[in-house]
Write a protein that binds this ligand. Structure first.
Ligand code: APR
Length: 230
């Protein structure tokens, strides 16, 4: 039985793929009013603008590739049972080949019925753009398959259950400001090693025994791989 390596990733792991983070300098939220383009109220008020925002991000995503950090997480599956819990809505973990991925905030390349949240469709590369008039094959009006601000995070209980059985917990590239994702750290069993890889790490005061690796995701994962191989 391989040890369970649970990894919680944020926008920082995709930064080296050229995808902007949210809160760094020139981040997405510096250029877009987050409550207009990524909240439930914003979607109700101006669905056209929200669809346009996610269309733009899809076009950026198809020109991005997984980076070394995504690939190292796949390589670690040789020796560990790796679970990726991600706040990211990009599909770079999938394209890198990770086997177990849980998206907390939805998926950019999917849309879902407004009336039936369980009806989800994948977008293909030729049809990335959606509008408020977009209908699924079942005839329903569709929306981005994204967890907007002001909406619940349906996958959080499943994520907590995974963190509870981690033998090693690694947090990569997140500012730890958005809950409930940021709270996953608190569900690690006592004595389980916790690593936090980030070039500009948020304070982890109050969380015991976090080993901070102040580095980019790729360099930090190279360092972590050496630590784990000892
Ligand atoms: N490698 C690793 N981490 C990096 C890199 C890099 N090359 N570049 C930046 N970072 C770090 C930053 O230091 C920061 O801590 O990535 C983090 C990005 O933080 P945010 O932009 O806040 O992204 P994230 O924490 O994922 O945001 C959480 O907020 O807006 C919502 O739903 C959105 O999922 C998102 C959530």
């Amino acid at each position: 039985m391989k040890p369970k390596l649970v990894v919680s990733t944020g926008a920082g792991i995709s930064a080296e793929s050229g995808i902007r983070t949210f809160r760094d300098a020139d981040g997405l939220w510096e250029n877009y009013p987050v409550m207009q383009v990524a909240s439930a109220d914003g979607f109700r008020a101006n669905p056209e603008l929200v669809h346009k925002f996610y269309n733009e991000r899809r076009h950026q995503l198809i020109n991005a590739q997984p980076n070394e950090a995504h690939r190292i997480l796949v390589e670690l599956e040789k020796d560990y049972d790796v679970y990726v819990i991600t706040q990211n809505v990009d599909d770079l973990h999938e394209r890198a080949g990770s086997s177990k991925i849980l998206h907390l905030h939805g998926e950019l390349m999917k849309i879902r019925s407004i009336s039936d949240p369980d009806y989800i469709e994948s977008l293909d590369i030729e049809h990335l753009d959606t509008t408020p008039a977009t209908r699924g094959r079942n005839g329903d009006l569709m929306r981005p398959h994204i967890v907007f601000f002001q909406e619940a995070v349906p996958a959080i209980e499943e994520a907590i259950d995974i963190v509870r059985v981690a033998d090693i917990f690694v947090v990569i590239g997140t500012s730890l400001v958005v809950y409930p994702a940021a709270g996953l750290l608190h569900y690690v069993r006592p004595g389980v090693p916790v690593y936090y890889i980030d070039p500009n790490p948020a304070s982890t005061a109050g969380i015991p025994d976090v080993h901070v690796i102040k580095a980019t995701a790729s360099r930090g994962l190279r360092e972590l791989r050496e630590i784990l191989e000892k």
